[in-house]
Design a protein around this ligand. Structure first.
Ligand SMILES: Cc1cc2nc3c(=O)[nH]c(=O)nc-3n(C[C@H](O)[C@H](O)[C@H](O)COP(=O)(O)OP(=O)(O)OC[C@H]3O[C@@H](n4cnc5c(N)ncnc54)[C@H](O)[C@@H]3O)c2cc1C
Length: 384
């Protein structure tokens, strides 16, 4: 499938205009080239640059005017991450979550809520956390136990979430809660938008194996959530979750492959990497390029307004294979430095290698993606 002509023209024009802007504002974006190692500093740096991209309109392109965007085709949202990484910058981390949670808000929340809240997320004034997983409910979200009890004009929320990426920085959370009976499974789940500074919200950081406080636990103790913060229909959590997960498995993959290509080119520039490594690097490049083609097709379908559906599990499988592949090969070729070196470049390879282990877990595990492929695409018998 090719891009419709108007979207293609907008993409080309965006690329030219943004390249010219980058030529002029390169110095302002320099902090994105090598991010600070401290996660708080990283968050501050990325939010600052995000604000700059918002103020100059780049981040607002491709989002509806009703939620603070400038309208136009979604294709420019994909072009932005690509253009930044091609110049050697990281794209602000929140851009991934904006695709994942922001798109769902635009689709499901009351228009007034989207108009009030979404621009703050887009501008980097706020970060939103994804409160889906629980200690006993990760792959099987239908069994989650966080409960929201109907109190007339508000919900009373009680329960616990876990593995919440950047929860410590979040001003808002998008939380899945049970509003029906446990036996209803997914049919009794509703998505809520909460203020993280509400009384009864407690956030505790968790250290990931690369040494960063990447994620959090969130505890809710009788938290009052106004009914106007319900996202989509009561009991409509399944639809909401599918939309979020499809973006996470599909659109997110497009952004991430731009970064992986950049990291592979960083590897080529490392001293001692020569033609002897060509075979291994070539293998990884082929997988990464497969991901790129696949993710491009998914992004085109998003641009054309099509539903992504279970096909995005193919993207997610390719993403985890490519992400592990890039850092496995880096680890093999730079083994001593990566294991023992204490320079910031060594630490970055080490951290990325360890983080890559999570790529077959976040956004749905590899086993779950294989189940989806088997059952929903190949039509094999369902597991249960
Ligand atoms: C880096 C990172 C960031 C994350 N960020 C967030 C976040 O911001 N918000 C959030 O809500 N969650 C987040 N998560 C959590 C993530 O979504 C869950 O870890 C994931 O869905 C798996 O759930 P689980 O950890 O409970 O494992 P489980 O579901 O308990 O799975 C354990 C193992 O059993 C396998 N398994 C489970 N069910 C089946 C089955 N039916 N068939 C075959 N195998 C099966 C799994 O594949 C896995 O290997 C993050 C995770 C990581 C690693």
């Amino acid at each position: 499938m090719t891009l419709p002509a108007p979207a293609r023209a907008e993409y080309d024009e965006f690329r030219v205009d943004f390249a010219a802007w980058l030529d002029e504002h390169g110095a302002d974006l320099e902090p994105l080239r090598t991010l600070p190692e401290d996660i708080h500093e990283q968050h501050r740096t990325q939010s600052r640059v995000q604000r700059l991209l918002f103020d100059h309109g780049w981040l607002r392109r491709g989002w509806p005017e009703e939620v603070g965007g400038l309208g136009g085709s979604k294709v420019v949202r994909g072009a932005l991450a690509e253009a930044l990484t091609e110049r050697g910058y990281e794209y602000p981390f929140a851009m991934g979550m904006i695709e994942v949670l922001g798109s769902a808000m635009v689709k499901f929340a009351e228009p007034e809520l989207g108009a009030e809240m979404f621009p703050r997320f887009l501008a980097g004034e706020e970060y939103w956390a994804q409160g889906f997983s629980e200690p006993e409910a990760g792959s099987d979200l239908g069994s989650l136990r966080t409960r929201a009890v109907d109190q007339g004009d508000h919900w009373r929320l009680t329960g616990q979430k876990i593995w919440t990426t950047w929860g410590q920085f979040a001003q808002r959370g998008v939380v899945l809660a049970r509003t029906g009976e446990q036996a209803q499974g997914f049919a009794g789940i509703t998505a809520l938008f909460i203020d993280m500074d509400s009384p009864g919200v407690d956030v505790r950081t968790l250290r990931a194996m690369n040494g960063t406080d990447e994620f959090c636990e969130m505890f809710f103790d009788d938290v009052i959530v106004p009914k106007s913060r319900t996202m989509g229909a009561v009991g409509g959590g399944a639809k909401f979750t599918m939309a979020v997960l499809e973006s996470e498995r599909g659109v997110f993959a497009w952004q991430r492959q731009t970064w992986l290509l950049r990291r592979l080119s960083d590897l080529l520039a490392e001293p001692g990497i020569d033609e002897r490594a060509a075979g291994r690097i070539g293998e990884v490049y082929a997988t990464l390029y497969g991901l790129r083609l696949r993710a491009r097709d998914t992004f085109r379908r998003v641009v054309a307004g099509e539903l992504i559906g279970p096909q995005s599990s193919v993207d997610k499988m390719l993403l985890s294979t490519a992400e592990k592949g890039v850092f496995d090969v880096a680890f093999e070729l730079l083994a001593d430095d990566t294991l023992l070196g204490d320079g910031s470049v060594n630490r970055a390879w080490r951290s990325d290698y360890l983080y890559a282990r999570a790529s077959s877990i976040y956004g749905g595990t590899a086993e779950i993606q294989r189940n989806i492929l088997a059952e929903r695409i190949l039509g094999l018998p369902r597991e249960r």
